[in-house]
Design a protein around this ligand. Structure first.
Ligand code: ZN
Ligand code: ZN
Length: 310
């Protein structure tokens, strides 16, 4: 069951017609500390990984763990990658699964790399659940002997929830500036800004990457700009428009009554019955950063690329 989220207090496109057509479907994942199994969609959970397939290792010679002396390079033994995302088509059918595939897995190296690829080095695997689960599945995957804890997610369930969101960094050139005053008027009239109400920065599939720096979309070798596949970000909402109604205190069920920004955390969650600490995968990802994955679904081998943003 997807989460219910507070309704928007205004309709973006009727209030700001210049944004017509820029809304994009996005599937918010809402990671929560839990114990998913190999047959579950998860962030940081166990993967449906065939036992006869080697576990992915990073053999980069130049990766290092920040808490060591920075000049001390980890290795030379390869480092086991860690599970980051597993999504089944039954939970997120909107993913661009190649024919016959119905599981997406993302792993990455939990160390820092001194090159333009920077952090994490994600790898993407598409699988068939039937084929991958037909024989023995890895039950005890190798753990990295060195890692940066900022890039090792704790085990989380996910609750895919479909929304429509609008761009922030990806607003067409000049539009953000020309709409600045209108955004101010909207905020004055409704008590919520465009950016609070229409833009998400959290782990998600599709939609817009929650760019913290300037957008930097990768191009595929075929010349096409890649599509945003998914984002894993350090930020997850604990209040506000994108915080699920079912996780809020009863007094905050009417979004129109909320005026403060810290209401939910202060009164409902942090000191209430729900475990506020259970929100999110626990990775700081540098300084509240994110890793965005992109794919080209037009090329048969589904090339992918990533951006690290912080
Ligand atoms: Zn590495
Ligand atoms: Zn391509």
């Amino acid at each position: 069951m997807p989460h219910r989220i507070p309704p928007a207090p205004f309709d973006v496109e009727s209030l700001i017609p210049e944004l017509a057509g820029l809304g994009r479907e996005s599937t918010l994942l809402y990671p929560r500390r839990g114990e998913p199994g190999v047959r579950d969609s998860s962030i940081g959970g166990p993967l449906l990984w065939p036992a006869d397939e080697p576990w992915p290792l990073c053999a980069e010679p130049g990766h290092w763990e920040p808490l060591r002396t920075p000049t001390e390079v980890v290795g030379p033994e390869p480092v086991a990658m860690v599970p980051v995302v597993q999504l089944y088509a039954r939970d997120v059918p909107e993913l661009p699964f190649p024919a016959g595939m119905d599981v997406l897995q993302v792993v990455w190296c939990p160390l820092i790399h001194d090159d333009e690829a920077g952090t994490a080095r994600p790898e993407v695997y598409w699988r068939s659940e039937r084929t991958a689960g037909a024989g023995q599945v890895v039950s005890d995957p190798p753990l990295p002997y060195a890692y940066d804890e900022d890039f090792v997610p704790r085990s989380c369930t996910v609750t895919p929830t479909r929304v429509v969101e609008y761009p922030n960094g990806d607003l067409p050139t000049g539009l953000a500036q020309s709409l600045g005053q209108r955004f101010d008027e909207v905020e004055e009239a409704f008590g919520f800004s465009y950016y609070e109400m229409a833009v998400t920065v959290q782990s998600k599939v599709g939609g817009y990457p929650g760019w913290l720096q300037q957008p930097d979309w990768p191009d595929c070798r075929c010349g096409r700009r890649m599509d945003h596949l998914l984002s894993i970000t350090a930020s997850e909402p604990a209040e506000g428009r994108w915080f699920p109604l079912g996780e809020q205190g009863p007094e905050s069920s009417d979004p129109g009554s909320r005026t403060g920004t810290d209401h939910v955390v202060a009164d409902g969650i942090g000191h209430g019955g729900i475990d506020h600490g259970g929100i999110g995968h626990g990775m700081d990802m540098g300084d509240l950063g994110g890793v965005y994955l992109f794919v080209c679904p037009e090329c048969p081998d589904m090339p992918y690329a990533h951006r690290y943003d912080c």
